[in-house]
Each structure stands twice: as C-alpha cells, then as structure tokens.
Unconditional design. Structure first.
Length: 443
C-alpha cells in the first residue's frame, strides 16, 4: 500500500516473477534423485527425481534443517552438497555397462550394402559367403549362456550380455561377477579380485603364437581374474573395429555365420599378401555399446545466479581421441574416489625438522672473514600427498629468526616471527597448494 497525495494505492505483486531461492539443473543424460539431506527417510514425498536435461526450481522443505542437498544416481553413488558453499563438490559415479556388439548388425545401411553386394556377385569361398551373409539379424551381441560365449539378440538390462572395461584392459563380465558396492568407497579393490573376465580356454600361450596358421582358433570363455594370466585377460579395442587380445594380432570373431547361437573364438586378424591389416569382416567387427548415455561420471557444482543458488549436474566427457570407441570402453571411469586398479598408488611424504635449519651469511675478504647475518628456521613441517587425481602440499615454519651478527650493531635482531600459543595454526609461515589433476576420463 502506497500513500500519494492523500490517496492510497494498493499494489499487487505477481509471485511468479520472484526468483526461486534454489534451482537444480540436470544437464546429464541420467535421472538424478535429490532431497534435503536431513529429512526423514519415511517422508518419501520429499524425495524427487529430475529427468535428464531438465531444470527444477526448489525451496527448502524444512527451513530449520541444514541447508544441504543429497543427490544420487540409480546404480551409482550418493553425495551431499552444502549450498552455502560455492564451487565444485564430489563427483557422482554410476556403472555404465557396455555390450560387445557385432557392429554390422546395428547398422542397417551396412547390412543392406552387404546384402545387395551378395545379390550381385557370388563370394569366392564358402567362408566369405558365411561372413557376409547376415541373415537379416539385428543387434547381435556377445552373450554368456550355459558356459559358452555365443551370439544373441540384444536384450535390455540382461546381465549376461553386460560388461565393463577397466583401465587395465580387463573385460569384466557383469553377469558372473558380484555387483559393485558403491556405498563403500574405501574398499573397491576386492570386487575386481573376485570378478570374472574374458579369457581363453586353458592352453599353452606359447603354442598359440608360435603356430603359423591362419585357420588356427582358440575358444573363448569366462574365468576368474588372475594376475598371472594378464597376457590372456587383457583386451584392446582397435580403431578399425578389431577386439584383440592385448597387443597381439589375435582378435575375437564369430566361428561360422553371423547369426544367433554362433560361438565366439580367438583367431588371427585379416592380412593381405604384403602383410597389411585388412578391414574386419562383419564376423570380426566388434564395438562396445553403452547401455546408458553419458560417460559414467558426473560433475556437480554450486554457483550463484543472481539471488538463486543453482546446483548444476553435468556429464564429464572423456578426452580420448577415439570418442566413439574408447569412451564407451572406459565406462568405469576413474574418479577421485573409485578406481579399478588393484593396488591404488598413493604417495605420502611427511617431513618434520623440530630443530630446524640454520643459514649463515659470511663476508670474506682475503684471510679475514666476518659473519653478517644468521638465519634460523625452527619447527619445519612438510606434508605431500598424491592420491588418485589430487595432489596437495602443506608446509609450515614455526619460527623465523634473523640475527645481525656484526659486533657494533645497534639492532642484533632483524626479524623474529613466531606464532601465538592459543592460535589454531601454530606457525609463522604456512604454504598450502592443491592441484586437481585431469584423469583419463575427464574429464
């Protein structure tokens, strides 16, 4: 109500024009659940989902509780963010499995091209006819059924068809391995030790590669992870479409026709007469295809948009040059809290010098010498840590004393810097530095 010239005016304000106090922006490719952190679990109506690429205005459900929001991903991690603090928070991770797809069965144009080619000319051999004849199969993937690796039609969320590739090149079979416990961040190495991975059947690896035969093949299977079998349990997706065992010329391929229930074997890649690698046949062209969109790692940050505090969730893309290949293979991303490496490499250095270090500056002219200044640094402490994707260094000096050593000086003490006993940081000088390193999947 406004008084003007003896007349009262009533002003109505549209509440829709008022900016929201909070906003949740989900720029990722997966749904995110969010709620005020300290609200009771039984109040399920206070827990909401925000769909991919959507934004939602939000106000505190319980103003008396702590002003923080907990976000989680289905099948992934859960983190809490204090909206009073601006900047990046803990990343969210989710398991983005892959299926090992026969690429030509996912590409209708390629299928039509091969079928029309076969209708115009006959293949030179029976093997070529079997390789290029796709029999109208669609979306064939590698499945593990009844102890055999075979081709099967892709089925959504079928665990026997899902895999994940670790940073060490292991292809972990999801259906044979225990699900990951995302709630226990401090113990993520045991799951890989108990995992079942792609391997060849028991045989001598020497015989496998000393035999010079283009028709030799070896059956593939799923076996428990064994560091001693790293040679046969490490796999590489090549840009040309081959899935090879390590850095060898042996690749995964279909034994026989490209159809359901055909078995998978390990056999040599294709070469021409000059020894150059030829493009893979449809029975050899295997690519990883992600079950979900996104890289499996989400970045979360809080920033101020005018009077509105915004919590933004974005997908962290890989920096690999082979985005269409390696970004799908490296779905289990390396974050600041979770790693697939068995021995997590952590460098930690603590250095403490209670007595300190003394430095003497002396002037020397001919045979005569005179001490000018003596500097002493007491209670030196240096701490360095390199863990996962983060480096930090923290150095303190308790006391600094610079003394004038000249005999006739009127100021024997040039500097005396120390700390007060009741202060939290008991040091005259303190240096802190923190570096967030980009990982292979940054991100």
């Amino acid at each position: 109500m406004i008084e003007r010239g003896g007349t009262f005016f009533v002003v109505f304000m549209d509440s829709n024009q008022m900016p929201a106090p909070l906003r949740i922006k989900n720029l990722s490719d997966v749904p995110i659940q969010f709620y005020q952190s300290e609200t009771r679990e039984e109040l399920t109506y206070l827990r909401a989902f925000i769909q991919p690429h959507q934004s939602s205005d939000y106000a505190w459900d319980e103003p008396t509780l702590k002003q923080s929001i907990t976000c989680s991903v289905v099948g992934g991690t859960k983190e809490t963010y204090d909206l009073q603090k601006l900047g990046h928070g803990e990343n969210l991770c989710y398991e983005n499995h892959i299926c090992l797809a026969l690429e030509q069965t996912f590409n209708e144009e390629s299928i039509d091209q091969y079928q029309s080619k076969n209708s115009l000319q006959k293949s030179r051999s029976t093997n070529d006819r079997n390789s290029f004849h796709l029999l109208n199969q669609r979306e064939l993937v590698i499945d593990y059924l009844q102890g055999k690796l075979i081709l099967a039609q892709r089925e959504e969320n079928k665990r026997s068809q899902l895999w994940r590739m670790t940073s060490n090149g292991l292809l972990v079979h999801t259906g044979s391995s225990s699900p990951r416990d995302w709630s226990n961040k401090n113990n993520t190495s045991d799951d890989i030790r108990q995992a079942y991975v792609l391997d060849i059947e028991e045989m001598s690896t020497n015989n496998l590669f000393t035999t010079n035969s283009t028709t030799r093949f070896t059956r593939l299977t799923i076996q428990r992870y064994d560091p001693k079998r790293a040679f046969t349990q490490t796999w590489t997706f090549h840009e040309d479409g081959y899935l090879c065992m390590g850095q060898t010329q042996m690749c995964v391929q279909v034994s026989g026709e490209l159809k359901e229930k055909s078995e998978l074997v390990l056999a040599p890649r294709r070469f021409d007469e000059q020894g150059m690698i030829l493009p893979p046949l449809p029975t050899m062209h295997i690519r990883p295809r992600r079950r979900l969109k996104g890289s499996g790692l989400l970045s979360v940050r809080t920033y101020a948009d005018g009077p509105t505090r915004t919590l933004e969730i974005t997908n962290l893309k890989t920096s690999n040059s082979l985005d269409s290949l390696k970004s799908e293979a490296l779905t289990t991303t390396t974050s600041t809290t979770i790693s697939d490496n068995i021995p997590s490499m952590i460098y930690h250095l603590d250095l403490r010098l209670d007595a300190g270090i003394g430095v003497s500056i002396i002037s020397s002219m001919g045979r005569e010498s005179e001490e000018l200044v003596f500097i002493i640094f007491n209670d030196i402490y240096l701490k360095y840590k390199d863990e996962n994707n983060e480096q930090s260094i923290d150095g303190t000096i308790g006391t600094i004393i610079i003394s004038n050593q000249l005999l006739m000086t009127s100021t024997p003490c040039l500097l005396h810097a120390t700390y007060v006993e009741d202060t939290l940081i008991q040091s005259a000088v303190r240096l802190q530095a923190n570096l967030q390193k980009p990982s292979a999947n940054y991100k």
